[in-house]
Design a protein. Structure first.
Lengths: 195, 262
């Protein structure tokens, strides 16, 4: 969405236009949900935080400063909600629930095997992500999943760019190692099952 | 091999350094530099493997989980906190807001114009008074009032000192007087009151009591049990019993003349 269009929608929604508010939600909910789901590993937690973040944003639209990106504001609010939720009750990662995700490419008529492989890969990825420190996980998700530039991540997380890069490099390396070890373990299990 | 900016400084042939691999994934390399890295890793099996596996992991990260459509729930929750307005109502609200703002602006302009045309019309005093003067005047007023109040108390004490406890035996009341030390002052004219449980009215107007006296009586009705009226030439002692007072002990509200100064 272009910034002019986004600004128009925000202004209309701030005046109480429900259609404009719907447009804003539809545009941002996918990326915000993906971010929260990868961070928490729990669809119910992700859904709850996404909804609450949108509600807070929609009820405070008149305070939005158009010099900044709307998505940054939304993600910052969601992140604070997530950190608060973690402080109150650490959301435990749920493999079964993560296994029930449906990816973009998993159409109902897609081959079952391919779907299963994707599901296993997503599960492996989430387990590996949860093996990273919170900072590493967040930086890796923001940079590689949401394509945020380093400078923006640094502002969002309120840390120097050098620190962001350090988390990114270590997180990426660790993510690869964790995925490999999990895949090796899965291969071993399959071999044992065949025997 | 070294690396500066987004260009490797010399050909990559063996041992691609970690920093370059990181720069590759950080999207900091130019397309040409990226090609050089990819060429170089052909000869470095370990780095190539690492690069491929990392790229694979990051690619799977881009396969975002599909979010359920939460629009309806979000709008319902938001609407319960801050109402969304229908288009027509929104137009009316906007017009009303503009109208109110315009009216406020017109009033301000009118005031500004009036002030310019008739500078003295809107001023509170004939000429500007510094705030310090107002403060000084207020202090002087307060001192004067305190002196008047003290004089009133002294007069009341003198009057009451000679006041017989049962001036009119037929009308006297067993409650008697409160001690002089506990007497508060009520000035019917300036309506200053001290909630002390009793009241002395100085220079009160002749009966029936005027509105200021009545209002003062109302103001005191919660706490006042005994009322003294000191008037020239004679002073009257009246007992007021208010329904809320602890001394009333369930008695009906009443007003009893206890006695008159000789």
């Amino acid at each position: 969405m272009e910034r002019a269009e986004e600004r128009r929608l925000i202004e209309l929604a701030a005046e109480g236009d429900q259609d404009a508010a719907s447009g804003i939600i539809r545009h941002h909910q996918q990326s915000l949900y993906a971010y929260m789901l990868r961070m928490s590993g729990r669809p119910d937690v992700a859904e709850d935080i996404v909804q609450e973040a949108f509600v807070r944003v929609l009820t405070n639209l008149h305070r939005f400063d158009f010099r900044y990106r709307f998505s940054t504001w939304l993600f910052t609010i969601a992140r604070r909600l997530y950190l608060n939720a973690c402080a109150k009750h650490r959301p435990a990662y749920d493999t079964d629930m993560v296994g029930s995700w449906r990816g973009k490419d998993s159409e109902p008529d897609a081959p079952v095997v391919a779907d299963e492989q994707q599901s296993v890969m997503r599960d492996t990825l989430q387990v590996a992500l949860m093996g990273l420190s919170s900072d590493q996980r967040e930086v890796v998700i923001l940079f590689h999943q949401l394509d945020w530039p380093i400078a923006l991540i640094a502002r969002h997380l309120e840390m120097p760019e050098g620190t962001v890069k350090s988390h990114l490099h270590r997180g990426r390396k660790r993510l690869r190692i964790l995925i490999e070890s999990r895949q090796d373990a899965a291969d071993l299990e399959m071999q044992e099952a065949r025997l | 091999m070294s690396f500066e900016g987004d260009q490797p400084t010399r050909d990559l042939d063996r041992d691609v350094p970690d920093a370059l691999v990181d720069a590759f994934f950080d999207r900091e390399l130019s397309p040409e530099a990226q090609r050089q890295v990819l060429r170089a890793v052909r000869h470095d099996a370990h780095t190539r493997d690492e690069l491929e596996r990392t790229a694979e992991a990051l690619a799977s990260l881009r396969d975002q989980p599909l979010a359920p459509d939460m629009t309806r729930q979000i709008l319902a929750r938001a609407d319960s906190r801050r109402r969304f307005l229908p288009r027509r109502l929104r137009r009316i609200t906007r017009t009303a807001r503009l109208g109110v703002s315009g009216a406020a602006l017109l009033v301000l302009l009118g005031v500004a114009t009036a002030q310019r045309a008739w500078p003295d019309a809107l001023s509170l005093t004939p000429h500007d008074t510094p705030l310090a003067d107002v403060n000084t005047a207020f202090q002087a007023d307060a001192i004067q009032s305190a002196a008047a109040l003290r004089a009133g108390v002294d007069r009341a004490r003198v009057s009451l000192a000679s006041f017989p406890q049962r001036a009119h035996p037929q009308r006297a009341h067993p409650v008697g007087f409160v001690s002089v030390e506990h007497i508060g002052i009520f000035d019917a004219r300036s309506q200053r009151a001290c909630p002390s449980g009793a009241m002395v009215s100085l220079n009160a107007p002749p009966a029936p009591p005027d509105s200021s006296e009545r209002s003062a009586r109302r103001a005191f009705s919660v706490t006042t049990l005994v009322r003294f009226e000191v008037r020239e030439p004679g002073a009257r002692l009246t007992r007021y019993l208010s329904p809320g007072a602890p001394e009333s002990q369930g008695e009906e509200p009443s007003e009893t003349l206890l006695g008159v100064l000789p």
